[in-house]
Write a protein that binds this ligand. Structure first.
Ligand code: FAD
Length: 530
């Protein structure tokens, strides 16, 4: 191995953040970039078809993690899907486009990350159907659409919420977040627009960008506190690549694992696993996630999406990229303050015109609609830890859900408010019996038994604790973490757009670092394997 770095940048993980970085860093023609992804490519109909997102769970595009037993949830081990494919979780997600509340960014209280300072990056990343404005961008890589198909039940949810006293809001990413409205989606012409489709595919032919799929990074190579490259497994062989800068973008579950395997993490835990300690940092600690709860009604008519999987709708989708299969299931939403003293919305509703519980694995006969109250300003925090020093082993995922009573209160109130909304006139033509929790059930045990992740882990390599406001790992040189793990507090809303914003800003910071780019011959081209 030469001492000369082959690359200027090695990016570990081609998820929402990694795809942005690969695009923006390789836009500099003299920068040599290597992107390493453990999964394969987005292939097949399920990736394209919005209504089929949950059918990707437990396929080869999903890491299909489970949490440790949750003490406050009857010892349940919760399923945690995460994308293992180019595009990462953006290639299997529900495509809802939400930035979070302005207050989230201001409350981080970090130089360069206030809402006013991050807004230009949100605008830069999107081509928004509303066109360029104070709040929106008109020519960014990621396409944001008004869904081509919206079920009448979703319109009824919006009307019923207004009847229950909520404000109508046609753009949760505009002047105000509170209120109720239809959700905007990261689709292009009716099909999923993942970070890979938006950022990576258009630049795959750049000669200075090398992309390897089926390449699992085991650790960052450190010379004392300086990152000099990575060690990875590809096509059954261990390989090394050297770079001037290493960027870890493995997501909120695996970025902390990669750092810990490289000797950066809580010293006690690293020693337990015989990993030499390079930096004693609270890596993995302070994990946040959003919990959601299914509140479900029978629907009196067959209008719901439950029976949408049929040949006619498939033909409609294949020929015209339209019809019910364009639905991303969570078609409408609302942001409200469930507890009166909340400084900003603490509850988000995801409305689905179908039965949606247990990640879509349970599909009972009949027609339904689901209001999913979601805890967006949680207080419980957990951690990601090592189970073993084996880089192929899954890490420990311990969100410590519902360890704060506040979180239970918000979800409980979420069920009561859902009932208030569902009882309004706009639902009269549709509303049947309450299917879950059911009127005779106590709410707190229901919360503990049926809450599930809304798939938004964040904060496990938090800014201010593990990385600085420039996203560089404290006490290290040339080592960065850029993905959802750096959010110091999870935002009030879905986390794809915020992660892409972080990566846009991270790329800018890296490119404006002013350091001279240095590289040798590199790998060149695009290859896959594994
Ligand atoms: C089922 C689901 C539904 C969701 N729905 C929405 C939604 O509707 N709207 C929304 O805004 N957000 C949603 N999210 C959340 C959002 O998609 C994520 O917050 C976002 O994609 C996180 O981006 P990331 O770059 O941090 O990580 P990821 O996108 O998960 O990317 C990490 C990448 O790194 C790779 N990797 C990890 N370790 C290694 C290694 N050692 N070597 C090589 N490669 C590695 C992984 O395979 C993966 O491709 C959803 C997420 C899921 C899972």
């Amino acid at each position: 191995m030469t001492r000369e770095p082959e690359f200027d940048f090695i990016i570990v993980g081609a998820g929402s953040a990694g795809c942005v970085l690969a695009n923006r860093l390789s836009a500099k023609p003299d920068a040599k970039v290597l992107l390493l992804e453990a999964g394969g490519r987005e292939r097949g109909l399920y990736h394209r078809t919005p209504a089929a997102f949950y059918k990707l769970f437990k396929t080869k595009a999903d890491w299909a993690f489970y949490t440790e037993p949750q003490a406050e949830m009857g010892g349940r081990e919760l399923f945690w899907p995460r994308g293992k494919v180019l595009g990462g979780s953006s290639a299997i997600n529900a495509m809802i486009y939400i930035r979070g509340n302005k207050r989230d960014y201001d409350d981080w209280n970090l130089p360069g990350w206030s809402y006013t300072e991050v807004l230009p990056y949100f605008k830069k990343l999107e081509t928004h159907f509303l066109g360029p404005s104070e709040y929106h961008g008109g020519d960014g890589p990621l396409n944001v659409e008004q869904r081509r198909y919206t079920n009448p039940l979703s319109q009824a949810f919006v009307e019923a919420s207004v009847q229950a006293g909520l404000k109508r809001n046609d753009d949760f990413n505009g002047a105000e977040q509170e209120g109720v409205g239809l959700l905007h989606v990261t689709n292009k012409d009716g099909v999923r627009h993942s970070a890979a489709a938006a950022y990576l595919k258009p630049v795959l032919s750049r000669p200075n960008l090398s992309v390897l799929t089926g390449a699992r990074v085991y650790r960052v190579l450190m010379e004392k506190t300086r990152a000099v490259g990575v060690e990875y497994r590809h096509q059954g062989q261990m390989k090394r690549a050297r770079a001037a800068k290493v960027i870890v973008s493995g997501g909120a579950v695996l970025s902390p694992q990669i750092l810990m395997l490289s000797g950066i993490g809580p010293a006690g835990s690293l020693r337990q696993h015989d990993i030499p300690v390079i930096q004693d940092l609270p890596v993995g600690e302070g994990l946040w996630d959003h919990l959601a709860l299914p509140v479900i009604w029978h629907c009196k008519t067959s209008v719901s999406l439950d029976r949408a999987e049929n040949l006619g709708n498939l033909v409609h989708f294949l020929l015209g990229q339209n019809g019910p299969l364009v639905s991303n299931v969570a078609e409408a939403g609302a942001f409200i303050r469930a507890l009166p003293d909340a400084p900003a919305p603490d509850l988000q509703y995801h409305f689905g015109p179908a039965y949606f519980a247990d990640h879509g694995f349970t599909r009972p006969a009949g027609n339904y609609f689901t209001l999913g109250p979601t805890l967006v300003a949680p207080q419980s925090r957990g951690f990601i830890g090592l189970k073993s020093a084996n880089p192929e082993a899954n890490p420990r995922i311990q969100p410590r859900y519902l360890t704060e009573q506040y979180d239970i209160e918000v979800l409980r109130r979420g069920v009561e408010l859902a009932r208030e909304i569902a009882s309004q006139k706009a639902f009269d033509a549709y509303r049947g019996e309450e299917a879950a929790p059911g009127r005779d059930r106590e709410l707190e045990p229901y919360v503990r038994q049926y809450a599930q992740t809304l798939y938004h882990p964040a904060g496990s390599c938090s800014m201010g604790r593990v990385v600085d406001a420039g996203l560089k790992v404290y006490g290290s040189e040339n080592l960065y973490v850029i993905d959802a793990s750096v959010l110091p507090k999870v935002v009030r809303g879905n986390t794809n757009a915020p992660t892409i914003m972080v990566a846009e800003r991270g790329a800018d910071l890296l490119l404006s670092g002013g350091e001279k780019l240095q590289h040798g011959p590199g790998l060149g081209g695009v290859s896959q394997g594994g």
